[in-house]
Write a protein that binds this ligand. Structure first.
Ligand SMILES: C[S@@+](CC[C@H](N)C(=O)[O-])C[C@H]1O[C@@H](n2cnc3c(N)ncnc32)[C@H](O)[C@@H]1O
Length: 266
């Protein structure tokens, strides 16, 4: 499986159990709403929502642009788009498309928004530049990423639990460009280098009290679901128990889901 197939599979799995949608109440919808507040689509505008998931930012954007505007919502995972369409009930100004947005052809958008998506691109720099090029001159982009440290504990404890259950070291996450740009100081200049001007970065604080059910939902309802691929039901249950015990042992009572939202102009 190449990385695009792995991402599609992980998010399709998370969607098919409805866990992506359940996690949306805690993460995707608040983060999507914060992004749309800053991208601020206006009545009549044309919006590209890249990596739209099941619509956490695309649906609020469609409500804002009204009947005279339009939102193109693009994602790799078809089940998430089917869910978006169900939730778009009554909204006629949103079109969803199963596609790799890093080769999306249409341009001339007033707004391009991408929430928690760019770090999945096989080339984060080229993919983000491609999104910026979809804007009309004077259009604006809003790009949301995890702030340094956010969500890290979940991945670390999960990897340890998988290693404990399978007896095989889970390969540590290779360093990623995201690790270099995930601070307020570094994200703005990086976006400016992608072709945006007057970039402003907002830290959007989100801290959630970490119940056992939320701690596991963070895994099964997100891209972390991909780490469980290939495990049997019994192994998955043992991983769940080890992961929760490991989090508890570390006294992790809070989930830091803080994001950085960068907004800039073409
Ligand atoms: C963490 S989810 C965020 C979804 C949504 N923006 C939200 O905040 O609820 C990341 C999404 O990016 C999508 N994705 C990753 N790479 C993509 C690509 N190259 N083209 C389109 N979608 C992509 C995944 O399928 C997944 O739905």
């Amino acid at each position: 499986m190449d990385s695009r197939e792995r991402i599609t599979r992980a998010f399709s799995d998370a969607s098919s159990t409805s866990d992506f949608d359940r996690l949306g109440e805690h993460l995707w919808r608040p983060i999507g709403a914060s992004t749309v507040e800053l991208s601020a689509p206006q009545e009549g505008e044309l919006v590209l929502d890249a990596c739209c998931g099941n619509g956490a930012s695309a649906l609020p954007a469609a409500r804002r642009v009204g009947p005279g505007g339009h939102v193109d919502a693009v994602d790799l995972a078809a089940p998430l788009l089917a869910d978006l369409e169900r939730q778009a009930d009554g909204l006629e100004n949103i079109t969803s498309a199963v596609a790799d947005v890093t080769s999306w052809g249409r341009s001339g958008y007033d707004v391009v928004q991408c929430v928690l998506g760019i770090f999945f691109f096989s080339d984060m720099t080229a993919g983000t530049e491609h999104l910026v090029k979809r804007l009309r001159p004077g259009g604006r982009a809003a790009v949301t990423i995890w702030r340094r440290g956010s969500m890290e504990a979940s991945g670390r404890h999960l990897a340890q639990a998988i290693a404990g259950v399978t007896g095989q070291e889970f390969p540590s996450r290779p360093r990623h460009l995201l690790d270099e740009v995930n601070t307020s100081e570094t994200f703005g200049p990086w976006l400016a280098d992608r072709g945006l001007r007057d970039v402003e970065v907002t830290e959007s604080e989100l801290r959630l009290s970490l119940s056992e059910s939320l701690a596991w939902l963070v895994i099964t309802g997100s891209g972390f679901a991909g780490m469980l691929t290939g495990l049997s039901e019994d192994e998955t249950e043992r991983v769940r128990q080890e992961y929760l015990a490991s989090l508890q042992g570390a006294g992790a009572a809070e989930l830091d889901a803080t994001t950085l939202i960068g907004v800039g102009w073409a």
